[in-house]
Design a protein around this ligand. Sequence first.
Ligand SMILES: Nc1ncnc2c1ncn2[C@@H]1O[C@H](COP(=O)(O)OP(=O)(O)OP(=O)(O)O)[C@@H](O)[C@H]1O
Length: 676
Amino acid sequence: MSSKDSAQQHEDRLNSGSSASGIASWLVHRAKPFTPPWIVTGAVGLTGAGAHELWGGSPWAGVGLTLASVGLTAATWWAGQSTGQQRRLHSAITVAAGASWFTSAALSGPLTGPLPDLYLMGGATLALTWNIRQMMRFSGAETSGSDSDKGLLEKVGLARTKLRDVKVEPNRVTVPYELPAGELTNDDVAKAIPRIASALDVPTTAIRVSHDPDSARKGQFVIVPEDMLKTPTVWPGPFAPGETIAVPLRLGVYDDGSDLLLPLLDAIHLLVMGMTGSGKTEGALDILMDLLTRCDVAVWLADAAKSGQDFQPLLPALDWAALDTPSAGAMVAAVQAAIPARTEWLRNHGYRAWEPAAAQTQTNPAHSCAATGACGCPGLQYLLAWFEEAAKLLRELGDDVFTGIAQEARSAGVSLVVSMQRASGYQLSTDTRASLPAAMCFGVKGDDAGFALPEEVLDAGANPAAWGNKRKGYVYLVSAGVDEDLYANPARTFWTGPSGEYERAAAWIVREFAAVRPELDAVTAAAAERVAGTLFTGRRERAAGTPLPAASAPAAAPVELIEEQESAQEVAALVDQEDAELDATAELPAADGSVALPEGKPSTEEARELLDEMVRMLASVGGGTVSVRDLGPYLAQIGRDRSWVSKEMKKLAEAGRLAPTGEAGTYRLIATLAGV
Ligand SMILES: Nc1ncnc2c1ncn2[C@@H]1O[C@H](COP(=O)(O)OP(=O)(O)OP(=O)(O)O)[C@@H](O)[C@H]1O
């Protein structure tokens, strides 16, 4: 029985049936738990006297009672084998003494010879010995834990720490601690975690610490000796099909078997980080598969780095999949343009921030843009924009593009997800990092965890570096709306299954929930179209790999090249907020090819102009770096080879048009050139 149980039992005994009035009743109340040995002593005296009336002077009764005493003592000794040696001996002596007195009293009479004195002195002594045991047990219960763990705590540098009320559950031990006042702090506990893990021979991730927010020296250890996440959990199907996005998304399990839930509306924007092979994509699939069964969210996905190869089966269910850099850039611009449009719509309809009711047809007069009564406007869907392998995009567009968006998107019902291997200061500015309040951190290398997880979560025992990419899908989730005690709790995302299973599940989602998923609302679509032009309106064909209609491409140039050029022009025009009102498509080559590319090889002057224009275009997209490699798709258009372009870029750098970086051949784009 745990010390907690016995203390509770003791307290229950104290409280049961006491009137608690006056000193006498207080004494009775306090003495009550110690009365049972005295009651037994009294009962032995009375029954001894009664037995004498029955069997006094009978030789047969003498034999029977003597045998019964010996048998009872032996039975007590035998029954006590599972208890401590001390208790076993104490019980057997008590039974032997009581039974002997009873036999003597029954045969000779309780008042014969020394029997009355033996009864009074022996009975009282035995009853008292039991009372003393009882008292020692209660006062010892509180400190027994700290005594037995003293050696361990000393070894790990936490000497004189008191452990209290240890709670043992299947595969989880919770140990509240209290550090010695003025000597140790909760920070020392965080540092001791690896040593405790070593002493207990469990992985460091098996030990977590949660600090008492009201104390610098109290908290609790949670030890989970066996890794229950070793066996992957196969994706069990959607969590809340047909429901609103306000219901959390389920993407895996914690190590106690409970659901790993992401409350997207509380999280707002999410950073997904983990080294290659740690399970980011699988986690993304879990989130997307759940999202695509909800009734009020539209999903945009940008994956220029891998051209959406991991997401192919889900692409038909996405509103927009931007699978090349120009489209991804246009998506950023579209999100930028959509935010003010959405905020305005929400304001006009009396919403301070997006809520599920905003996605419905507006039939409530309290949310109406009409002068009187309900306006009946179609609703505004929640928008999730997912930027996969965002490091490349950030390099191309300049890191700061996300900062503004993330800050403004909060109330507009837009969530950004930025996925990358390493959210280092080089990849992601502190401002942008700060705009992504929630984080999912998979296994990482070295000290990288600090880029994704707050210090207090690392102090509490979160250690994704221990996983690297060996523990696939293991993750820590830190987000508003998630119990803070779970931040340092390892979880594992669902596994979409062996080959073929994911494709089957994705196809099922695409098919079964087509009617549940909403069409993108007109407000967001209009803003996106205004700035992204055909990159947005032709998004379905583009994602499906279907070439744009022949009419939009000049006959002289390869379709791919034309697409790159028009995309680049659009992005250049679009990302600048000041140009948000312009119709980007108006600048595209006319259908008849009247704005044709230079015929044949351009002259040196023309080639320089073209290169200049491209650099200016890239700079206008928002900074970042450029190298000859990035201009690869345009070499044919410039009509020169890499070495020529490389020399020209060097000249541009000398002229101050590009800024050199630490890497030879790579230059930082100077954003102010946009307007030159
Ligand atoms: N929760 C999981 N359970 C079981 N296997 C998983 C889990 N998550 C990921 N995996 C497996 O681990 C491997 C790598 O996962 P994934 O491709 O998601 O990693 P990644 O971080 O996206 O890597 P990269 O950055 O290289 O794309 C895959 O074979 C995947 O099936």
